[in-house]
Design a protein around this ligand. Structure first.
Ligand SMILES: [Zn+2]
Ligand SMILES: [Zn+2]
Ligand SMILES: [Zn+2]
Ligand SMILES: [Zn+2]
Ligand SMILES: [Zn+2]
Ligand SMILES: [Zn+2]
Length: 316
């Protein structure tokens, strides 16, 4: 324990000696400062305390080398900026950019200028040809920003119909055809005109009228398919000679050709008629000994003008 105590006291002694030297030093320094009041400031020098930059004023002081009093202060002007142009914002297709005149030391922006927008850069156009639904479309896309424009030109084109017969036309009736557009599938119906190709059946005798010594014959036949369209052929015979009883006429008729033979059963004169181009052409009266009782002969029932007149009378 004694050894430890002795060491401690030794250390303390060293400390006390050091403190004494320090207080002596302070005493000397104080004595020197007091001396300033009588300094003539003969020895001085300029000292730069703040170096000027482009953003800050500098400061120099004149300092007395003896008493260290600041005798004069001078403000040093700022230095010039060291600038260069820099692109601070790149232009896009549609927006202008900016270039700035910037000091590389203090980063101050001295001046700005606009960089014009670059405009779109369109790649090759894509075209879609006109259809029955839309006109020709030309589409362009900017390869930089993806902006696209589409432009229409010309008009739509006509539908392209592919026709199919829905109902065939007959000799007398219209048919129907349906068209489907090969592009848009729109449909349209149209009528097909009748063929007009009637298939005529056999001739029949429509009327036989007596006009003095002549007979007017009218035949007709109609279409077997439509049953409607009828055709007529008429003709007047040459005069029968001599005196006649108008109630004694007979006729023989061939349905297929329309050939007709008219015979007066009393005086044995006959004419035969043949149809050609809508009229019946008759031969001149000639002798005919046919027996009207044989097959094929029919009686001509006369409806003469006077008879019709009588009928009219009867009716009133
Ligand atoms: Zn001084
Ligand atoms: Zn600067
Ligand atoms: Zn663009
Ligand atoms: Zn179409
Ligand atoms: Zn017909
Ligand atoms: Zn006769």
């Amino acid at each position: 324990m004694n050894i430890e105590a002795a060491r401690k006291s030794g250390r303390m002694a060293v400390t006390i000696v050091f403190a004494g030297v320090l207080s002596l030093y302070i005493l000397v320094m104080t004595t020197t400062t007091v001396h300033a009041q009588n300094c003539m400031h003969d020895e001085y020098e300029w000292v730069s305390v703040i170096k000027p930059t482009c953003s800050r004023f500098g400061k120099d002081i004149r300092l007395c080398q003896d008493c260290e009093e600041i005798l004069e202060t001078e403000i040093i002007p700022k230095l010039d900026h060291k600038c260069k142009w820099e692109r601070t914002k790149e232009p896009t297709c549609t927006l202008p950019g900016v270039k700035s005149y910037i000091c590389k030391n203090c980063s101050e922006v001295i001046e700005t200028e606009e960089i014009p927008a670059k405009g779109h850069r369109f790649a090759r156009a894509k075209t879609q040809s006109a259809t029955c639904r839309s006109p020709k479309i030309t589409e362009r896309t900017c390869s930089v920003c993806g902006f696209s424009t589409s432009e229409q030109s010309g008009g739509r084109i006509e539908h392209r119909y592919k026709w199919k017969v829905t109902r065939a036309a007959t000799c007398a009736d219209c048919g129907i055809k349906t068209g489907t557009c090969t592009m848009c599938n729109v449909t349209k119906t149209e009528s097909i005109p009748p063929t007009g190709k009637h298939k005529y059946g056999d001739w029949s005798v429509k009327s036989v009228k007596v006009k003095g010594k002549k007979l007017k014959v009218v035949q007709e036949r109609s279409c077997k398919t439509c049953g409607r369209n009828t055709r007529e052929a008429s003709g007047t015979t040459a005069s029968f000679s001599g005196k006649h009883d108008n109630g004694k006429y007979y006729y023989k008729h061939t349905k297929k050709t329309g050939r007709i033979v008219i015979l007066c059963s009393e005086c044995r004169q006959s004419v035969s008629g043949k149809i050609s181009g809508g009229t019946i052409k008759f031969t001149r009266p000639k002798k005919n000994n046919s027996k009207v009782s044989s097959k094929g002969w029919r009686r001509v029932y006369i409806m003469c003008a006077c008879f019709l007149d009588n009928m009219s009378y009867g009716l009133t």
